[in-house]
Each structure stands twice: as C-alpha cells, then as structure tokens.
Design a protein around this ligand. Structure first.
Ligand code: DON
Length: 555
C-alpha cells in the first residue's frame, strides 16, 4: 500500500513539477534584472548615442567611449580628443575597480620658467598645451572592458561631426559668454558664429575637420592620432604658439593605471580618483572627518552643516596645495594624509563658530564634462574629461577640427606657495609630469555591488560639488535627482571663504557670517554633477539641471 502510494507520488511529481514550472515561465521571463543599462551626461546627444550602443548590447565601457567622443564634438567648450581625463571603472565579473589616468602630460622639452610669467598671451599659449591622452584613454578602456569593435564606437561621433548636430543650450550660453575670445580663433567662427552671431539653441552645426580626424581613427585606430599627419598638425600648431612639443611626445604618451582611494561611509563603500587628482582626496577627507549621523542631525540646509563641510573642504584644499603633485615624480603620502589620527585631530580643530580662511591663490575655470554609464551586467564607468578652460588653449588644429587643451595651466605658479609657507610647489611644472586636477570620478558600492557612478565638471568646484552630492546620497538619503539638484556651496580661491548659490536664502548667508564665514554668491551655471544609478530597483539616474544634461535608463 505504502509502496503503491509512493509509486504514484513519484509518478505524479515530475508532471506536477513540470506543470508548475510552465505556469511560472512567463514570470521567470519577466523576472526583474538586477542592473540597468544607463547613461548620464552633460551632452544630450551623447546620451542619445550611448543609449543606442547599450541597446545594441554594448558594455558600460562601450557606451562611455561613445559618449566621450560624441560629447567632445558636440560640447567642444568642455572636452575633446585634444584633451584628457580620468576614469574609474568596475568590472562586475572580476569584482575589480580600476582607474585609468589619461591626463595630459608636459612635453619632454617643457620650459618651467615660462609658467611663472602667466598669463602668457596668444603667441605663447602653446606652452600650456599638454600632450593629449583622450584617445589613448578610451582605447585602454576598450581593451579592458569593451565589447563592440572600437571602430563602431567612433562612428556616432564622426557622423555627428559630418552630418551635423544641434547646438545645445549650454553650448549656446558658452558661445555667448566667450564670444570675443573665441570668435577670433581661426576656424571656430565659421562653425560656431556663422552669420557673425553665436549659434542659436537648436541650430545645426557641422565640423568637417573633426569628421576627418574621426574617420581616420575609425578606419586606422587610435595610432592615427598619435602618429602621422594628425600628430604632425597638432605639434605644429602648438609649436607655432611657443610649445616645445615634439612628435615623440605624442608617440610616447602613456595611459597610467592607478589604485583607487576607497573608504566606508554610511554602509557603503566609496571609491574615487587618487593623485594626480586632488578631488578624490577631498572626498575621502570629508568622509573620514564626519559621521553620517552627525551630519544628518544638523540637517542639510542648516548653516551648521554647510559651515562644517566648508571647513573640511578648506582643509583638503590646503592639503592639495601643500602635498599633492604627480605621484610619478615624487612621493605623495595619501595614506598619511588620510591617517585616522590626523583626521580626528583636524576634526577637533573645526568649530561651529570659527572659520579657517585660505590664502588667496586664484584659480577659476569653466569647462569639463562628466559622464557615467552602467550596463545590465553590473559594469559601471565614471569618466571625467576636459580641455581645461572654455575651448582649451583656444588653439584650433583647423584641418582636423581639434581644440588644443591648456591643461598645463593646472601646474601651480611658485609665487602662490609663499602664502602656504613653501618655496616651491609639489605641483610644479616638470618635463613629462601631469598637473594636479580637481576631477573626481567616483563609484559607490553597497554590499559589493556597484550602486552609483558620479562625478562633475567646473574646475575648482568639481571636488566640492562631488563631495556634497555623495553626502546628499549617503548621509541625507536623497535620490540622485534630489542629490544633484540641491543647493551647493563652493570654496573660492580668493575674496570670500565660501560662496552660496545665487538664489540661496539670505538667512543662510546671515547665519554663516555668524560662524565667521565671509559669504559670497555665485551662479553655478558651469558646474554640474551626473549620477548613474546602476541597480534596476534603484531610483533613476540623474543629470544636473545646471548644465541642461540628460540621463537615460532602459526601464
Ligand atoms: O583638471 C582640472 O581640475 C581642471 N583642468 C578642470 C578644468 C575645468 O573644469 C574647467 N572648468 N571649469
């Protein structure tokens, strides 16, 4: 009897099981993925093209390459193949967080004395042009995490340059702002000021020179930029304006891999860019100086909170000026700088009612582009790229549509250092060195899985902005859109001790003054933070409204 029953049980079980599984099938198919394809960028066209690549099965790296190249053509005030940048990537299969440094580099023949004579004027502006790392960096990213052929990733940018792209609101605003300086640059007026006026929002622009360069890169690979006629034209243009750059400088350019700086904060792990970025150090210092509960209890909009982080940021800026230089040229002891004892001593010196001022060292800039991507396998890329100031050195390699960077302007003038009690800067101009940067590409993990990728643009505002957005996400539990939109403060390099946004409440300014701050106001229109939210169940990715960027996810 028992045997019979058992037999029936075994006989029916597989059928029941199959029927049960079949009934579940539609649900299994529709089961939610863990990660989403997503992109956030300052350039709407870059978002569009990167989203197409992700939909075609491209990886986060593929999408980042497309977005960087498209942004370089359609937001040329900020970045391009004549510039360079930094990126953090996460390979979910290998559980590996990697850093690529494709920062511009000083040519071997650099003349350091010229840097003490800044501003240089147009005839000597070539001295500020660094050997560009952009394409070598994108190539290295592709070798590491690319899925589709590199040539296919170049094509969207080539097409935009050849067939035309719409003038974005940000580009239009920058053309209006920089009209006088940019209009006279050979080859730029015919593209961006046709009819004598800055291109209107939506006006269709073409860049045949850039299309020519990108066609060569698409067909012959990245070497086509670093050797041959494009390299020769790039070097000739820089040399015509005083640069000692040689063809060998381009040929010898190398991308550097580095170890990220990481720390734990509010049940998350935050990883960011090490030197030659100073941005990552600021973020790490803030996350070690303060506990999330302490900040939360003060309240985001309170003057107490704003003053506390302003003090933390000023400390990090002083550390930048005193201790940071190209790590390949001197020891940079980030471990010592972030030592818990040092941080707790510094914390004990921060008071709610006293302000530590910084000597004036005057560095203000207006370009750069941050973009981030994620794919459905949980890979993520956080990439910041720049030509430094608006249209870089304002030198255009006309035949190839390449704007030359003025990144070497980020080397610190030695005269600034006396105010910091030093005779020479660790960030001094040296042949082959990379200048210290504010760029802060960052990835945030929860329980070993990438959750957010973020970073920002806007010169010295980059690190202060990214640090505040990380705190918004983690200490104040804002979603990405809230986090990038909330009012921010900035630590200026001269005049005031802190700047608040133009429209911020006067009560905040009053209370900050009572804490010893000298308060200014600033329109934050050239600074923007983008956040990709990689987990499918998370809140959507977001672009900063301040620069009219965009974000896309495949939900
Ligand atoms: O690397 C840096 O920190 C700067 N060269 C970035 C330049 C920049 O963001 C320009 N603009 N605001």
């Amino acid at each position: 009897m028992a045997g019979k029953a058992l037999g029936r049980y075994f006989y029916f079980t597989p059928l029941v099981l199959i029927a049960f599984l079949l009934a579940q099938l539609p649900e299994l198919e529709a089961a939610s993925p863990l990660y989403r394809n997503s992109v956030a960028s300052e350039s709407p066209r870059a978002v569009l093209e990167a989203s197409k690549i992700l939909r075609r099965g491209g990886s986060a790296a593929d999408a980042a390459i497309v977005a960087a190249l498209v942004a370089g053509g359609t937001s040329p005030t900020s970045s391009g193949i004549g510039g360079g940048g930094f990126l953090l990537g996460f390979d979910s299969k290998k559980q590996d967080t990697f850093v690529l440094d494709f920062r511009e580099t000083a040519p071997a023949g650099l003349d350091a004395s010229v840097f003490e004579e800044r501003p240089l004027g147009v005839e000597r502006s070539g001295h500020l042009v660094g050997v560009p790392g952009e394409l070598r960096g994108l190539q290295a990213l592709h070798q590491r995490a690319g899925r589709l052929p590199f040539s296919e990733l170049v094509e969207p940018a080539r097409r935009a340059a050849a067939d035309g792209f719409a003038t974005s609101r940000h580009l239009h605003n920058m053309l209006v702002w920089a009209e006088k300086k940019v209009k006279t640059v050979p080859g730029l007026a015919s593209i961006y000021f046709s009819g004598g006026r800055p291109a209107a929002v939506g006006a269709r622009l073409k860049n045949p020179g850039l299309a020519r360069s990108l066609k060569k890169v698409r067909d012959d690979g990245v070497d086509a930029f670093y050797q041959g006629p494009i390299a020769a034209a790039f070097v000739a243009q820089a040399r015509a304006h005083g640069s000692p750059m040689e063809l060998s400088d381009l040929k010898n350019y190398q991308v550097k891999t580095r170890q990220p700086l990481c720390t734990n904060f509010a049940q998350h792990r935050v990883c960011t860019m090490p030197p030659p970025s100073a941005g990552g150090l600021m973020l790490m210092e803030l996350l070690q100086l303060f506990q999330p509960e302490e900040l939360r209890s003060l309240g985001h909009d309170s003057s107490a909170y704003q003053h506390l982080i302003a003090e933390g940021m000023r400390g990090a800026i002083a550390d930048r000026l005193r201790y940071l230089g190209d790590p390949d040229f001197q020891t940079v002891d980030t471990k010592g700088l972030l030592d818990p004892q040092r941080m707790s001593l510094r914390r004990s010196m921060i008071s709610a009612t006293r302000t530590h001022g910084l000597p004036s060292f005057g560095l203000e800039e207006h370009g750069t582009h941050h973009l981030a991507t994620s794919d459905s396998d949980g890979n993520i890329v956080s990439l910041t790229t720049t030509v430094n100031r608006l249209f870089g050195a304002k030198l255009n390699v006309e035949e190839y549509g390449i704007i030359q960077n003025d990144e070497l302007d980020d080397f610190t003038p030695q005269k600034v250092m006396t105010a910091f009690g030093m005779s020479r800067s660790p960030n001094r101009p040296r042949p082959g060195a990379r200048p210290i940067s504010s760029m802060t590409p960052t990835i945030i993990f929860r329980e070993g899985q990438a959750r957010y990728a973020l970073g920002g643009s806007g010169g010295m505002t980059i690190a202060t902005n990214v640090s505040q957005v990380v705190l918004n996400l983690l200490a104040f539990s804002m979603n990405p859109q809230e986090a990038v939109s909330a009012d921010r403060i900035y630590i200026p390099t001269q005049q005031e001790t802190v700047r608040i946004e133009k429209g911020a409440d006067e009560q905040l300014a009053k209370e900050l003054r009572a804490r010893g701050e000298v308060v200014g106001r600033q329109k934050f229109s050239t600074t923007a933070v983008q956040v990709v939210s990689a987990q499918a169940a998370g809140a959507p990715s977001a672009a900063d409204p301040r620069k009219f960027g965009g974000a896309w996810s495949d939900e």
